[in-house]
Design a protein around this ligand. Structure first.
Ligand code: ADP
Length: 267
C-alpha cells in the first residue's frame, strides 16, 4: 500500500489527510511465487543429470574403469547426460530470453509449402530411425509474416514431439490450410498449420497444462526420449510473438493434433 499525504487547502501545505492506496498485490505475489517455483524446478531438473554424471564418474574412478565394457557403457551415460544438461541450459536460457521479451523478431514473408518441406527434410532421419512416416499436406501457396528461425523452432519442436510420442510404424502429418471463412475479397485472414500424429495421445486431464514449463504427462518417457519439458512452453511463447494462437486436441491411444493459427500475408 502507498500512503500519500494530501496537502490541505489552507496554503500552509500541512497535510489535511492521508490518501491510502491499496495496490492489488495478489498479482505481484503470484508472479513471485511462479518465479520461485521456476527456480526450484530448474534446480531440480539440472541436478538430476548432474547427479548421474557424478555418480557414474565416481564408480569409474572407484575401479569400474578396469572393465572396458562397463567403462564404455558408463561413459556413454555420462556423455548422454551431459548432452541433456546442455539442452536443458539452452532451453532455459531461450525461455528466459523470450519471457523477458529480449528476443529480436525479424519478420519476413515465408512461403509455407516450401518451408514445411524443409522442416520435414530436417526431421527425416530421426523419423526413419523410428520407422515413422513424415507426410505433408500443403498446396495452398500461402505466406505468413514470420521470423523464420523462430517459426522453424516451433515446427521442429512439434514434429519432434510427434516422433517422440508415436510408436514405430506411426505417422506425423504437417498440414497448411486457410483458416475460417474467406473475406469478401476472397482472401483469408488467418492460416492454420497443423502437426498431427498417430501416437500415444495425451490424457484429457493433462491437456490444459501441457504448455506449462516442465509439465510432462510421463516424466520417465519424456526423459528417455531426451525431453526437457520446456519445448511446448517455448513453442507457446513463440506463437504469441507471431500474434498467433496454438491449441491441442488429443485422444489417448489415437494421437495428438497441435493447431496453430497465424495471420496471413496478402501478396
Ligand atoms: P518434453 O521435452 O517432455 O517433450 P514438451 O514441453 O515438448 O516437453 O512437452 C510436454 C509434455 O507434453 C511431454 O512430456 C509429453 O508428456 C506431452 N506431449 C507433447 N507432445 C506430445 C505428443 N505429440 N503426443 C503425446 N504427448 C505429447
Amino acid at each position: 500500500a502507498h500512503i500519500v499525504p494530501i496537502p490541505g487547502n489552507d496554503g500552509t501545505g500541512a497535510g489535511a489527510g492521508l490518501l491510502i492506496v491499496l495496490h492489488d498485490i495478489t498479482a505481484i505475489r503470484k508472479l513471485e511465487k511462479m518465479r520461485s517455483e521456476f527456480v526450484a524446478n530448474v534446480s531440480h531438473e539440472l541436478k538430476t543429470p548432474l547427479a548421474a554424471v557424478k555418480g557414474f564418474a565416481e564408480t569409474l574412478l572407484a575401479g569400474a574403469m578396469d572393465d572396458r565394457e562397463t567403462a564404455r557403457s558408463f561413459l556413454q551415460i555420462i556423455y548422454d547426460e551431459s548432452e541433456r544438461l546442455n539442452r536443458l541450459i539452452g532451453d532455459i536460457l531461450d525461455l528466459s530470453k523470450i519471457e523477458s521479451k529480449r528476443v529480436q523478431m525479424r519478420f519476413s514473408p515465408v512461403h509455407l509449402d516450401s518451408f514445411v518441406e524443409k522442416m520435414l527434410d530436417m526431421m527425416r532421419s530421426a523419423a526413419e530411425e523410428k520407422k515413422i512416416a513424415l507426410v505433408s499436406n500443403t498446396g495452398h501457396d500461402l505466406y505468413v509474416e514470420a521470423d523464420e528461425d523462430r517459426l522453424q523452432q516451433i515446427l521442429l519442436n512439434l514434429i519432434s514431439n510427434g516422433i517422440n510420442y508415436t510408436q514405430e510404424g506411426g505417422r506425423v502429418t504437417v498440414s497448411v490450410e486457410p483458416a475460417g471463412e474467406a473475406e469478401a475479397d476472397g482472401e483469408y485472414e488467418r492460416i492454420r498449420i497443423t502437426v498431427e500424429d498417430t501416437g500415444i495421445g495425451i490424457p484429457k486431464k493433462d491437456l490444459p497444462r501441457i504448455f506449462e514449463r516442465f509439465y510432462r504427462v510421463d516424466k520417465a518417457r519424456s526423459r528417455s526420449s531426451g525431453g526437457t519439458g520446456l519445448g511446448l512452453s517455448i513453442v507457446k511463447h513463440l506463437v504469441d510473438l507471431h500474434h498467433g494462437t496454438i491449441r491441442v486436441e488429443s485422444e489417448l491411444g489415437v494421437g495428438s493434433k497441435f493447431i496453430i493459427e497465424l495471420p496471413v500475408v496478402h501478396a
